[in-house]
Design a protein around this ligand. Structure first.
Ligand SMILES: *[C@@H]1O[C@H](CO)[C@@H](O)[C@H](O)[C@H]1NC(C)=O
Ligand SMILES: *[C@@H]1O[C@H](CO)[C@@H](O)[C@H](O)[C@H]1NC(C)=O
Length: 202
């Protein structure tokens, strides 16, 4: 299924509103967090294979203090805004969480389906980050769910909503389990068990 990439006027409005606080953040030192599935807080969201490179999958693994388990996102004060979630490589470059493009299509064309795997990609520029946007894990309105907001127009036949949730695949906490997107619970106050995440500042 091919989904075309359209930035909504809502996202443009939100971007314009978010601009001042994003500028502020650049003058601050970024805060980093470990991100834990609620089903076992000894597990951390990490990078499969332990190397922060484009194309690496995002997994869960025993928390081990490695740089591949330290995540950050945009302005902490701007809690309701969408954000890119990033990890930093050994040279200090940020790579952002995203999903792979459709086979044979440009990077902006994605298959927003249940089971889409999370991967690292080059972060987009602030004025061009449609399609990599997650509700940050500390957003209180999401009750621990990390929502991936597509800005994509869903296929009407599929009946998709504009959001999916970051999901612990199969509910399995075993090391190297790659994280995926899956439908969120329609009751936003009650995220599915495998979609509840907590964060600890490191
Ligand atoms: C949680 O994960 C830790 C680290 O892998 C493990 O030792 C522990 O047994 C797990 N706890 C449960 C309840 O599965
Ligand atoms: C630490 O965790 C990452 C995954 O988050 C893993 O790839 C790496 O091998 C682990 N390092 C050690 C020393 O266990």
């Amino acid at each position: 299924m091919k989904i075309s990439n359209l930035v909504s006027s809502l996202s443009l409005a939100a971007g314009a509103l978010a601009l001042p606080s994003m500028l502020d953040t650049r003058q601050q030192k970024d805060k980093f967090f470990t991100v834990h599935p609620a089903v076992n807080k000894s597990k951390c969201m990490g990078v499969l294979g332990g190397k922060v490179v484009v194309g690496a999958f995002v997994d869960v693994y025993d928390c081990n203090g490695s740089a591949t388990q330290k995540w950050s996102w945009g302005a902490p004060s701007d809690i309701y805004a969408l954000s890119q979630i990033y990890v930093v490589d050994t040279s200090g470059k940020k790579l952002c969480v995203d999903i792979p493009p459709l086979s044979g299509f440009p990077d902006a064309e994605k298959d927003i389906v249940n089971g889409a795997k999370l991967v690292l990609k080059n972060c987009k520029k602030q004025d061009d980050f449609a399609g990599m946007d997650f509700g940050r894990p500390t957003d209180p309105s999401a009750n621990g769910a990390i929502k991936y907001s597509t800005w994509f127009v869903p296929d009407p036949e599929e009946g998709l909503f504009g959001q999916k949730c970051v999901d612990l695949t199969g509910g399995k906490t075993e090391n190297k389990n790659v994280l995926q997107l899956w439908n969120c619970n329609e009751d936003y106050k009650k995220p599915w068990k495998n979609q509840i995440w907590s964060v600890t500042e490191v």
